[in-house]
Design a protein around this ligand. Structure first.
Ligand SMILES: *[C@@H]1O[C@H](CO)[C@@H](O)[C@H](O)[C@H]1NC(C)=O
Ligand SMILES: *[C@@H]1O[C@H](CO)[C@@H](O)[C@H](O)[C@H]1NC(C)=O
Ligand SMILES: *[C@@H]1O[C@H](CO)[C@@H](O)[C@H](O)[C@H]1NC(C)=O
Ligand SMILES: *[C@@H]1O[C@H](CO)[C@@H](O)[C@H](O)[C@H]1NC(C)=O
Ligand SMILES: *[C@@H]1O[C@H](CO)[C@@H](O)[C@H](O)[C@H]1NC(C)=O
Length: 418
């Protein structure tokens, strides 16, 4: 991961206000950024090179009929944090600056219309403007990625996580369709960059690509689980996470995991077993035993995306102390628990979670040994069934959209990435 500490002003990262679970200080006055400051007007301060650069960006968006995103940039530039991000972008890319190539995905006007966001977009609240801009900004050149050979790729954006990394999005490259974002939502990046016209000199180093959908920051775990609980996108079998969601809720593990992202977290990786994995074990074990089993399915300290699976050294430590390593053979990629008891096939990878976590769907329970050894109601049938009280009707945790995603018509993209 590129640390955003090298990219964004440190003060910005330190500001908890930029994280969407926190309400941004509303006192930030959004003044419409002055398009084409009139320097002959004594009441206007002379424009700075940065202001000129922002005006060029607005002009290019305008000339390409990206009126909605133009409004977003106007509103964003009028916020303190937004102006700082634009300054960082300018410093890294502009002539005479660091000369890097960065990219901005520009949602089309249609993308805004279908998002359900209310215009005027320049007046959106500062937190929404912040996520709209930074989650579409990538501190690298997209042009080389767009027509590259097909592969699954992580794009790190400027949307900052509590640990200082940028929130990723998952994209797939490959002709003839170019680059497609597949998570957290599906969005197609146009293969030709926007025409920068006479501004191309000024904006050199900044690549602008149209994207047909607003890419919203990942949703919270309860929202993801609710969306996946009834997922039938593969087959009738091995599809839903309703039982896993119920198990998390009934053991109160959900509370632990949902607190993730509110600050200070280093990472979160979840291996979420599909409903079938619970077959035959639902009446076994008490809450304590199930809490242990579930603790073998998440790491509260590491975020491990699918691009690590092929690394032989890749290891992620679960909350119960077990380590998970990965192996791939002709039947697929497997997560192997160091308890020696279980391995689980990864059915889907890289479902992104708010706060920088990631969830991989697996076909088998890991660390289910706790059910067999942990007292009454164990799988061996000794003692009365503890009765965790799982809601077998699929009572997944109720949707509770995060503050940031609430404004959008949330569509959680969930695709077979493996
Ligand atoms: C930026 O892109 C230009 C044009 O594609 C290229 O010539 C240049 O080498 C790139 N700069 C860096 C630092 O990658
Ligand atoms: C990708 O390929 C298409 C078709 O060959 C071309 O029109 C387009 O300019 C390319 N895009 C980039 C960013 O190189
Ligand atoms: C969550 O667990 C509580 C008990 O802790 C239970 O009352 C509630 O019905 C459960 N909700 C769902 C959706 O399963
Ligand atoms: C692939 O690896 C998994 C995990 O070690 C194992 O359970 C499975 O039998 C293996 N399949 C084949 C075809 O080797
Ligand atoms: C259940 O079976 C396992 C394996 O046979 C054994 O190690 C364990 O002690 C048994 N647990 C109980 C509660 O009998």
């Amino acid at each position: 991961m590129i640390s955003l500490r090298n990219v964004l002003p440190v003060a910005l990262l330190a500001s908890s206000a930029i994280f969407p679970s926190v309400t941004l200080a509303q006192e930030q006055q959004q003044q419409a950024f002055q398009l084409a400051c009139d320097s002959t007007d004594a009441s206007n301060p002379p424009s700075t090179p940065l202001d000129d650069w922002i005006n060029s960006l607005l002009q290019v968006l305008h000339d390409n009929a990206k009126f909605a995103f133009e409004q977003v940039v106007v509103g964003f530039a009028g916020t303190e944090d937004g102006y700082d991000v634009l300054e960082a972008m300018w410093e890294h890319t502009a002539n005479g600056g660091a000369g890097e190539n960065w990219s901005l995905m520009v949602p089309s006007d249609d993308a805004f219309t279908k998002s359900g966001l209310a215009s005027p977009y320049a007046s959106l609240d500062a937190a929404t403007l912040y996520s709209l801009f930074t989650y579409h900004a990538v501190p690298l050149s997209l042009s080389s990625a767009i027509n590259a050979s097909s592969s699954h790729t992580l794009l790190e954006t400027l949307f900052p996580l509590p640990n200082g990394d940028g929130q990723v999005m998952i994209a797939e490259r490959g002709q003839p369709d170019g680059l497609k974002v597949v998570s957290p939502v599906e969005a197609k990046v146009k293969t030709d960059s926007l025409d920068e016209g006479s501004s191309s000199g000024t904006l050199s180093g900044l690549e602008l690509f149209e994207v047909d959908t607003i890419v919203t920051v990942p949703a919270t775990l309860p929202t993801i689980l609710a969306n996946l609980a009834t997922s039938t996108s593969t087959s009738a079998k091995k599809s839903g996470l309703a039982l896993y969601a119920a198990a998390l809720n009934n053991t109160k593990t959900l509370n632990t995991l949902t607190g993730f992202g509110s600050g200070g977290s280093k990472g979160l990786t979840i291996f979420a077993p599909v409903d079938e994995a619970f077959d035959g074990s639902m009446t076994s074990g008490d809450v304590a035993a199930w809490t242990k089993v579930l603790a073998g399915h998440y790491s509260p300290t590491q975020t491990l995306y699918s691009n690590e699976f092929a690394n032989t050294g890749a290891k992620v430590f679960m909350s119960n102390g077990n380590a998970i390593t990965f192996t791939t053979n002709s039947s697929g990629t497997f997560a192997v628990s160091s308890d020696g008891y279980s391995s689980a096939k990864i059915l889907r990878s890289d479902v992104l979670l708010q706060g920088g976590g990631v969830l991989h769907v697996v076909d088998t329970l890991l660390s289910a040994a706790a059910l067999q050894t942990a007292g009454p109601g164990g799988k061996n049938g000794t003692g009365p069934a503890g009765g965790v009280g799982f809601n077998l009707n699929g009572g997944a945790a109720k949707t509770q959209a995060g503050a940031m995603v609430a404004a959008f018509a949330l569509a959680v993209g969930f695709f077979g990435l493996i």
